[in-house]
Design a protein around this ligand. Sequence first.
Ligand SMILES: *Cc1c(COP(=O)(O)O)cnc(C)c1O
Length: 363
Amino acid sequence: MKIRGLDKSKSNKYPRIKIDTDIIKSNTDNIISKFDGELVGVTKGVCGDIEIAKKMIEGGITTLGDSRIENIKKLKENLDVNLMLLRTPMLSEIKEVVKYADISLNTEFEVLKSISKEAVKQKVQHKTIIMVDVGDRREGVMPENVIPFFEKIKNLKNLRILGIGTNVGCFGGILPTFENTNLLVDLTKKVQIKLDLDLSVISGGSTVTLKLMENNKLPKEINQLRIGEGILLGTSVSQNREIPYLNQNAFEIEAEIIEFKEKPSKPKGKVGHDAFGGEPKFNDKGRKKRAILAIGKQDTSPMSLRPLRNNVKILGASSDHTIVDVNEVNEDIKVGNTLSFRPDYSGLLKSFTSKYVFKEYLL
Ligand SMILES: *Cc1c(COP(=O)(O)O)cnc(C)c1O
C-alpha cells in the first residue's frame, strides 16, 4: 500500500492551498463511469497545474482542456495527452495554438483561415470543434448560420473539423435542457446531409450539463463533455449544488492569524468608501472578538470562502487582509495559528493565479 504524505517543502508558508490529489482522480473516475462518451478534463480553474492534470489522467482522461495557451504549452511540455484550447484563439496567438494545441474550439472564419495557413506552414493537421450558441450568448455561431459557416470552412487545408459543440451557463446563466442540447444533434445531422461532411464529435457542455445526464435527459448522441468544476470541486455553482456522487474536499485554503482583539463591531468616524469603492454598512452588535488573517483579494475571493471551523464568520476583506468574527469560537484562536477554508470556483481560480499562495500537494 502506498503511504500518502504531504510534499512539505513549503509547508510553513502561508497563505497556502492544500490539494488532496486522490480526490481529483476519484472524481474523474466517477464521472467517466457514469458518462457514455469522452470526458475532457478542464484544468483552467487550477491554471493547468501539472500534478492535478496527472491525477485526471490517472482517473482515465485522454484529453485535457484549458482556456489559456500558456497552460496548454506547459501541459504539452510535461504530459503525453491530447490538448484542447477552450477559448476561441486570438489572431495574435495562432502560431502557438497550432504548435501546442491538438484541438481548438472556434467560431470565427478569420481565425480558422489563419489556423489553416499556419498548419500548412508547420506541416501538421489541426483539429477543431465549431461552437454553436444555443442561447447563453457567450461564444458560438448562431444556429441559423451553421450551414453557411461550415460551407465556408470545409475546404480549408490541414484543418480537420471534428464536429459541433456548445457552452451554456457561463455568461447568460442559461441552463442546459434536452431541447437546447438536442439542437446540436439536429445541426450535426443537417451538416452531414447537406455538406456531406463526416462529423464524429458532438461536444455537449460543461459541469452544468451533468444534471441532464443524471436525469437521463442528455441526448444519447452527445459523445463528449468538457468538465472542470465537477472534477475539481464536486460542485455546480450555477445550479448552486453539490454533485452527490463527487467529493467536495479536494482543496483547502489555510491563512495565518496576524491580529486577535476584541473590537466594537461598528467602525467609528465619518464614513467614506472602502478600498474597492464600495460603501460599507455595519450594524452595532457590541464588542466582538475578531481576528485578522493574512490573506486578501490578491490571494483569493475572501468573501466566498467557506470556513471549516464552526462559528467563524467572514466580515470583510481588502487586498491583503480578511477580517473574521471569532467571538463564538473558543479554543485555538491566537496570533500565529491558522484558520482553514474551502474555496469556490472563483476562489480556487484566484488562488492558483496568485503568486502569493503556496501550493501543498497530498500526493
Ligand atoms: C470553462 C469551460 C468548460 C468547463 O467548465 P466547468 O464549468 O468548469 O465544467 C468547458 N468548456 C468551455 C468552452 C469552457 O470555457
